[in-house]
Design a protein around this ligand. Structure first.
Ligand code: GN1
Ligand code: MG
Length: 373
């Protein structure tokens, strides 16, 4: 990776360059694991090329990342936490003193690699779900006093379901790649869930609190500690911006509870695992139940449906438009992803009442009632 070495030469890294390898499973930015040898020890870093088709002004997301990580770092210091460098991301400055390097085409960031941790693309144990959700809960808690006015909107209307539906319809009208004819079932499925948009609009009218949300709370955006599986560090902060809690809760349900990968080719294997949902809710609300409003708690399950539906539509729109947004490895990749989201949504619909019961079990009100009894 010759070009990579050239990019890296613009950052202040001690030691001798050893190696660079593609890293992780993100769909948007390029992520590269680089290794240096310094004083006989291997040192690893994550180099990220920010996708400027998706992020129109990458400097905005870098500024958000710096502000948010500074805020969290201070919370960790105040709490006398040790090993802070593996609990929050640290960006390195480039030789021009900025937290990025711009090569006249792309923006690049360099981040310290979190040692002693791993990520998973699908949840294998209840423990992982509990620990990862707890880490996202803590992340939310640390940011609860961050001034939302000081956080940029990295992508406008990112979780605006009505807009996503309009974009989907527009892609059908344009039918750029002549793919609409291949997917009558998925299009009618998408239409059959359109009532979720009305629910979404109704939710917006409730004035749910605007918080700083992560907006991409996938299971693989948590570094889990080797051995204990403790949720060590929240990564991929590109989409951190003001938003409602449902965005984060919904994306956890979406990516934690299915037993197979997001791009599994057989969508009949996809369903919502209630035991994993239980662990997720226990971990998340364990951190947050006293901070959330009653309206927020009561709309969590609906939020999950909305996010899964939104994602189904996003994948389907990209399939119809010729795969311009998400990275794909084969022609039907986005379509398979969309089918899996619809399968998950159907399973969530079926288990709504059990999911609501689980929320009540771990929410503040039920705890309070139990204590009084
Ligand atoms: C994208 O690149 P990655 O995996 O972090 C996308 C998310 C989607 C996700 C689907 C900026 O995230 O919104 O939920 O793919 N990020 C952006 O897996 O669009
Ligand atoms: Mg991301």
């Amino acid at each position: 990776m010759e070009h990579t070495e050239e990019i890296l030469s613009n950052f202040n890294i001690y030691g001798e360059y050893l190696d660079a390898q593609p890293y992780g499973s993100g769909h948007i930015n390029d992520t590269i694991l680089v290794t240096y040898m310094n004083l006989g020890e291997k040192k690893k870093y994550i180099l990220r090329k920010i996708n400027s088709y998706v992020f129109k002004d990458p400097r905005i997301i870098i500024e958000n990342t710096i502000n948010v990580t500074d805020h969290i770092r201070q919370k960790l210091v105040d709490a006398n936490e040790f090993n802070i460098n593996i609990k929050v991301l640290t960006l390195m400055k480039s030789k021009n003193g900025k937290y990025f390097y711009f090569d006249n085409k792309d923006y690049w960031c360099l981040i310290y690699f979190i040692e002693g941790a791993y990520t998973v693309d699908q949840v294998e144990t209840k423990d992982q779900a509990y620990e990862a959700a707890k880490a996202y809960g803590k992340f939310q808690k640390y940011l609860s006093d961050f001034d939302t006015a000081k956080c940029h909107i990295s992508i406008k209307d990112f979780h605006n379901l009505s807009n996503r539906i309009n974009a989907f319809k527009e892609s059908i009208n344009v039918d750029k790649e002549n793919r609409v004819k291949n997917i009558p079932n998925e299009i009618s499925l998408a239409k059959s869930y359109e009532n979720l948009d009305k629910e979404f609009v109704r939710l917006q009218s409730k004035n749910l609190p605007i918080r700083i949300t992560h907006n991409d709370t996938k299971i693989n955006n948590i570094m889990l500690q080797e051995g204990t599986s403790e949720g060590l560090c929240v990564v991929d902060l590109d989409t951190v911006m003001p938003g409602i809690i449902l965005n984060d809760f919904g994306d956890m349900v979406r990516t934690f509870t299915s037993p197979v990968l997001e791009d599994e080719k057989d969508s009949s294997k996809v369903y919502m695992r209630l035991n994993i949902f239980d662990a997720l809710v226990k971990g998340y609300l364990g951190e947050l139940k006293t901070c959330l409003t009653e309206d927020e708690v009561n709309s969590l399950v609906l939020g999950a449906k909305i996010i899964v539906y939104e994602q189904a539509i996003r994948f389907l729109t990209d399939y119809i438009s010729g795969d311009v947004y998400y990275k794909v490895e084969y022609d039907l990749h986005n379509l398979n992803r969309a089918k899996n989201q619809f399968a998950l949504l159907a399973s969530i619909e079926e288990q709504t009442s059990e999911m609501e019961k689980t929320i009540r079990k771990y929410s503040f009100k039920s705890t309070f009632v139990n204590e009084v009894i």
